[in-house]
Design a protein around this ligand. Structure first.
Ligand code: F6P
Length: 346
């Protein structure tokens, strides 16, 4: 056990439901141990600009069920800005911080991991609706996103069957098909397309036709934004720019697939893009609990003197895992057993 006085807290990357629950847990647990939490605004940007303040009990009151992050988020990468990392370290020292708790996905946690080499102690908390962080079974926000995907499929189901249409639902997932796969299975999708497996449009047509022959005159297709047809061998992007972590803006694969199918299928097709509706809003009970457990554990790990680890859910226990392992093994591979299930239900 080490005697800590002050811990910094940042939330970065695409937000997800449950971050606020984690912030609340960090603050409440730290307060109970006599440790001050300094919350920085907008991810790593807040540490770069020294935009932080002490969070007290009042600040985190009522935020448990609220989506987003009260601290704000950004995709700022101090390591891609000249002098950025040095500035973060200077502000870390000037504020007398003992450690930083970073809540985010692979980009945000990747920065935390790199800071270790500069003498900054960090603990990561996994949050991303994509669930693509390695070494943890669940990331905060994934369950809430899945709930939205499956609810959306339920709604598309009734209108698809009434109008005998093919409904395409485009969901998030840049390089990872966890949302499409598990959301699709939970919502009874007939076709599930993930970035990990290039798809063949004629195979999709075949499946829709098989359903027709079985008396099902509609089909539900879930497609991850990062999925790509084998003949194109590249993802569909919305513009050519990249963010500070080098990611392009994906989007439009649902409409691309619709056009391709339209040319070979004699059935009406409609496209729905779920976009930010799957990322905003209130967290599920599962995400609130996961966030609470991760927040409390993160402070405990700091007190135990742990460094460069992430709070991971393994066999329903929150455990410390090496950030090196998390970063080098992300995006997390889809579970083969689950992947095969997508070809069972149609
Ligand atoms: O948080 C990750 C993610 O949900 C990806 O699936 C998606 O590509 C990305 O966020 C889009 O977020 P933004 O438009 O905020 O950059």
């Amino acid at each position: 056990m080490i005697n800590l006085k002050k811990i910094g807290l940042v939330t970065g990357g695409g937000d997800s439901p449950g971050i606020n629950a984690a912030i609340r847990a960090v603050v409440r647990k730290a307060m109970s141990e006599g440790i001050e939490i300094m919350g920085f605004k907008n991810g790593w940007a807040g540490l770069l600009e020294n935009d932080g303040r002490t969070l007290n009990r009042q600040d985190v009151s009522g935020i448990l069920p609220v989506g987003g992050t009260m601290l704000g988020s950004s995709r700022t990468n101090p390591f891609s800005i000249e002098g950025g990392a040095e500035q973060v370290i200077e502000n870390f020292n000037d504020n007398d911080l003992d450690a930083i708790i970073a809540i985010g996905g692979d980009d945000t946690l990747g920065v935390a991991h790199k800071l270790k080499d500069h003498g900054v102690k960090t603990i990561g908390i996994p949050q991303t609706i994509d669930n693509d962080l390695a070494e943890t079974e669940y990331s905060i926000g994934f369950d809430s996103a899945l709930t939205q995907v499956s609810k959306s499929l339920d709604r598309l189901h009734t209108t698809a069957s009434s109008h005998h249409r093919v409904m395409i639902l485009e969901v998030m997932g840049r390089d990872s098909g966890w949302i499409a796969l598990l959301g699709g299975l939970a919502g009874g999708a007939d076709v599930i397309l993930v970035p990990e497996e290039p798809f063949d449009v004629s195979e999709i047509k075949k499946r829709i036709k098989e359903r027709e022959a079985a008396g099902k005159f509609f089909s539900l297709v879930v497609i991850a934004e990062g999925a790509a047809p084998s003949e194109l061998d590249q993802q569909i992007t919305r513009d050519s720019g990249t963010d500070s972590f080098g990611h392009v803006k994906l989007g439009g694969i649902g409409h691309y697939l619709s056009d391709q199918l339209d040319a070979i299928l004699n059935m009406p097709i409609r496209v729905t893009t779920l976009a930010y509706l799957q990322r905003g809003g209130e967290p599920t009970a599962f995400d609130r609990l996961l966030a609470t457990r991760c927040g409390v554990s993160a402070v405990e790990f700091c007190i135990d003197g742990k460094n460069d680890v992430m709070t991971a859910l393994k066999a329903n226990r929150v455990q410390p895992v090496s950030m090196e392992k998390v970063i080098s093994n992300s995006p997390k591979e889809l579970e083969d057993h689950l992947l095969r299930m997508k070809d069972l239900f149609y």
